[in-house]
Design a protein around this ligand. Sequence first.
Ligand code: SF4
Length: 755
Amino acid sequence: MKKEFDKTEEASTCPFNRRGFLKGIAAAGVLASIPAGILRAQAWERIQYEGEYDIFRNACPRNCYDTCSIKSYVRNNVLEFIEGAQESTFTDGALCVKGYAYPRRVYSPDRIKYPMRQIGRGTGNWKRISWDEAMTEIGEKILEMKKKDGSLLGMALDKYSGNFGITHYGVEGMMSSLGYTSRFVGTPCWPAGIDAQNFDMGNMWCNDPEDLVKAKFIIIWGGNPAWNSVHTMKFIYEAQERGAKLVVIDPLLTQTAAKADLYVRVKTSQDGVLALGMARHIVDKGLYNKEFVESYSKGFDDFVEYLKTSVTVEWAAEQSGVPAEAIRQIAEDYAKADPATIWVGYGLQRHVNGGVNVRAIDALAAMTGNVGKEGGGVRYGHLQTWGFNYNAMVQKQPEGSVGYLGKDKIVSEFTAEQEGGAEYADRTININKLAESILTTNDPPIRMLWVACKNPFAQDFDRPKLQKAFGTLEKVIVVDQFFNETVQNADIVLPTTTLFEEYTVNASYWHYWLSINEKAIPEQYEARSDLQIAAMLSKKMNELEAGSCTFPQIMDTKVWMEKEFNDGIYKLFGIRKWQDLRSGPQKAKLTSSAAWHEKKFATPSGKYEFSSDLAAEYGHTRLPEHKSRRKAYDAFRVLTPHTQFGLHSQFVNIDYMEDFNKEPFVYMHPAAARARKISDGDMVKVFNKVGSVTVKAKLTNTVAEDVLLMYEAWFKKANFNVQNLVDDESSDMGTFKTGAPGVAIHDQFADIAKA
Ligand code: SF4
């Protein structure tokens, strides 16, 4: 029987030990997935649980393709263990190793337990304070800024994807409820690809990943799902068992590549050239789909003209490093398979030519008639199941608020306008230029930064410049669970809840399942959810100055979760009320598993646009033409993709994860190492114009000779940060849909020497 959460009492002891954790994940089949993500449906035995538990529904809110549905087992208010929900055919009863470590994350001895003030930023001299003291200090600073500047534009929010629970948009709501503020907008992850798909098809929309089983030919291009979408791998394996061929195109020989029938090493950021070479061969052989290009597309003739005048397979081979014969073979196999699909990973669009590279790959799918087909498609992501109310986000500014009047203000359905007054807005700043913007924004300058659901020191670019920028801020507030590097650069840290300590609802940008997230245990120590913090701040602001904050002052996260549902969501998921999700996650009722199955596109022409006027309006070529890559400014290209054992800076710091991932390395090719007189295990210094990293070298021929590979992660004990080497160069696209271009994370260069 399920207990009412408000009758529970605090419990904060760790219910299991490291040995039990390892045993548990072995039983669930996760250890088997560690080398290459070999999750298969029903490949493990079910664990039998003894005793009575209160069972709750949760969802992994991390920025992960898989957004797993979780079943949580609680006894005496203690989260004893969790498992993947069996009702979801995507989660299919299993989590990844990070997911299974959640109970340890909840009960980690390193968790921030109370609000704390740092006496001297960066000193580590933290003093516990009460929530009232914290809110008073923050509230007084807000009022001081408003008095000094005449507006709250000196207060900035830096928030991203640390928790994708829908109610966490309440942080944006909290900012609006205080006044017009400065907002870091855009996304570091995927904006160039989003714009590319919007120019081509009018939206970003991908097939249901479960229909990969129907594909006859699969290309995974610039992605590594064996590490970061382990649940999708089972559908790919099933397709292979049914006879599909798997091709992986990547500059790195990843563990997904190790599972492929064919691995193709492409030169970094030359994916678009490779796609254009394939397209030219498909045209030469007359293998394109005449019905699709004639009935459902615009500008195909112009594209063919461009290919015939500017692209040859030999040129594509020279530029991409892929032999001409291989280009012809892959192109023919892909064009002849029915259906054939391409999964476009987020890595290949993190370049100065990333958006146009995605457009060239989209064009391959369209010209072969694979768009709109079950088992086909060009898969990038979707937001089809995110139609919530965003009630927590939509808050009105206090009367008389003064805001930004510049031309570049956000104009969206959430823009609140003063009745009869000036049309003020928030001041928007590119999220990928955090350091530069803090240093250069004036009238007023950014005085106070609120960081939530993000760890900019681990994820943002040009870390040395970021350090300098933080030095100019008058007040830094960070809401987090652990003392990471951003917290070390804060004045006040506010402890926040884990997913098991609040209500929210979670959708996926990849699959089509929806899960509620119930409060399974009481808030640990003095941790509070983002919504509860917003309510506390509102109460204090109104005590300090009546009417200075419009956010509700009483907060029940369950009530606020309920407010996010609407008839559209109920209809889409075939439920009558949100409580139906207590029996398990639900999948959207799809007419077809294929995106664009009616072949009615959301572009201005209603067709697939090989030639896009909208792209031209945003300063790009109409056609997906070749765009040169960033010029190298150092001896090696630096790649910093996601690690297997973490999500950005999350999870790697959990002590139990150290069993899998003890320390960071720089991976380099043995021949390149020989030339620098570096041996396996040597301490080396990797350095460039941005900064340097000192780390142990590991030699491997899974990387090309001109590549240095370091995984992005935050190790609690190691002084290691790849953002010491990554500048904030922009990618080509992103402004159209996300408000700011992406960042060319994988267009970085450095040299290396023995330390
Ligand atoms: S990190 Fe991803 S795969 Fe792992 S439990 Fe969370 S959603 Fe699932």
